[in-house]
Design a protein around this ligand. Structure first.
Ligand code: 5GP
Length: 126
């Protein structure tokens, strides 16, 4: 069994993205939930009847940039996704997705968890 090695990070300094602007209310978003660590808002181009994003307020570029210190934050993002999915009527099921880097389909370099629901999902995804 191998041990978990640190991921190769992208850039040392996180760069502000449009998600920072959403956190700071500099651009509008349909916000669903906020606390001191995370923000959740509806995706601007929904791929399902329910499609929202959960983001940390801390600007982390990619999943590879998460550190040991971010473990509780990562868990909080997942827990928030579950709670909100159920609140938004996805009790029959839903999907969570985190795209990492270009080949993973990431377009906004501030980590975010997609939550999609209220339609049948298929596998494998595109
Ligand atoms: P990614 O491709 O990085 O995994 O996902 C980025 C997501 O952010 C996409 O689903 C895209 O529709 C969404 N998005 C991009 N710009 C905005 C915006 O200005 N507002 C909102 N609410 N969502 C956005």
């Amino acid at each position: 069994m191998s041990t978990l090695r640190p991921a190769q990070t992208t850039e040392k300094t996180a760069v502000d993205t449009l998600f920072t602007k959403i956190i700071n209310r500099e651009i509008p978003a349909k916000i669903i939930y906020e606390d001191d660590q995370v923000l959740a808002f509806h995706d601007i181009a929904p791929q399902a009847p329910v499609h929202f994003l959960v983001i940390p307020k801390k600007a982390v570029r990619t999943l590879n940039d998460l550190t040991e210190d971010d473990k509780a934050l990562a868990g909080h993002i997942l827990f928030t996704a579950q709670r909100l999915a159920l609140e938004l009527g996805c009790e029959k099921g839903f999907r969570v997705v985190m795209n990492c880097n270009e080949e993973g389909g990431q377009t906004v370099y501030h980590i975010h968890m997609h939550v999609l629901g209220q339609r049948q999902m298929h596998w494998p995804p595109g």
